[in-house]
Design a protein around this ligand. Sequence first.
Ligand SMILES: Nc1nc2c(ncn2[C@@H]2O[C@H](COP(=O)(O)OP(=O)(O)OP(=O)(O)O)[C@@H](O)[C@H]2O)c(=O)[nH]1
Ligand SMILES: [Mg+2]
Ligand SMILES: [Zn+2]
Length: 356
Amino acid sequence: MTEWSPELSKLGWSDWFAQRAACKPAETVARVAAVDREQWLLLDPDGPFRARLAGSFLYRSVLPGELPSVGDWVCVEKQPGDGPGVIRSVLPRRTLLRRRSAGDSIDYQMIAANLDIVMIVQSCQYDFNLKRLERYLVMVGDGGAEPCVLLSKTDLVDPAALQVLQGKIAAAGVSAPVMTLSNVTGDGLEDLRQRLEPGKTYCFVGSSGVGKSTLINHLIGSEQQETKAVSGTGEGRHTTVRRELVRLAGGALVIDNPGMREFGVLAAEAGISESFADIDSLAADCRYRDCTHTREPGCAVRQAVKSGEISRDHYENFTKLREESEFNEMSRLEKRRKARDFGKFLKSAKKNMKRK
Ligand SMILES: Nc1nc2c(ncn2[C@@H]2O[C@H](COP(=O)(O)OP(=O)(O)OP(=O)(O)O)[C@@H](O)[C@H]2O)c(=O)[nH]1
Ligand SMILES: [Mg+2]
Ligand SMILES: [Zn+2]
């Protein structure tokens, strides 16, 4: 068997992978830190470097879920100088996080591979939703990683309200550890930092805006991950657009993820109608069946706000969440377009190879 650099374990390597790696003599192993269209950013003990897929990936019919994803280990042929390495194969995945592609029951969309712990982040305000949490837990369990629940933005609720949320989680029989955190006051940050073990991989998931990147920035101690200011004007929005694996000074490996857009409209929609059953039932009396309860005449929901039957805050939470999920829907279309672009890229790459 090949000699493995002990430095590899700092990137999450273990015997499990060593026993399954079948790299050719010219190849070495590296871990995928980010994927950017046709470019892969890999990490090995010498540092980060760029790579592309070997031509054989183009000829084999691989499902998108089989392409190297963030967290995957690959066999790569490094090039002398600055040339991009060539990824020849993907090692088996010890664990993974994936979700069913929208509108397609067979194919899966990879979120990340080889995770030890998935941190499911829900904000105490607006975002908390038990059903959605349960769906995340199932998704994590399916992929074989350990879940951990992180309630964020605790500064926005009073301690009693936080206890209510913790009580709901406990009552639902969730056995995963539940942690609390405020990026503003720093409460819970040290607890979390203590928990992160060197060489282990932690993947942060959860709706857009719950504070994942802000937290990871605190852990890194810099402004590496762009964060979004949730301002009414939409100025300075820095939503995470790509997934990236980062090594913390303490030795833990963390993966930041784009928010809800990645996890789907359906969950969001379901969450909305659960917490807003009152609005749902009022909606039956709106004049238009597809009433958005914003400007349509004959809207029973706005009428109920006006008469004080439902509170303005509650109504505003509803519209805010709904906007977010509409935004998600749009992003899904965008994603479909991207998938088409990738198809084109494969086609042109094949053509180029024939020309050579
Ligand atoms: N009050 C409060 N605001 C926070 C906290 N953490 C983050 N924020 C704010 O929430 C907004 C969103 O934070 P991000 O870290 O970008 O959220 P994210 O989860 O990375 O969002 P996506 O990248 O879109 O998935 C920013 O304006 C942060 O300043 C917190 O603990 N309390
Ligand atoms: Mg982010
Ligand atoms: Zn209406």
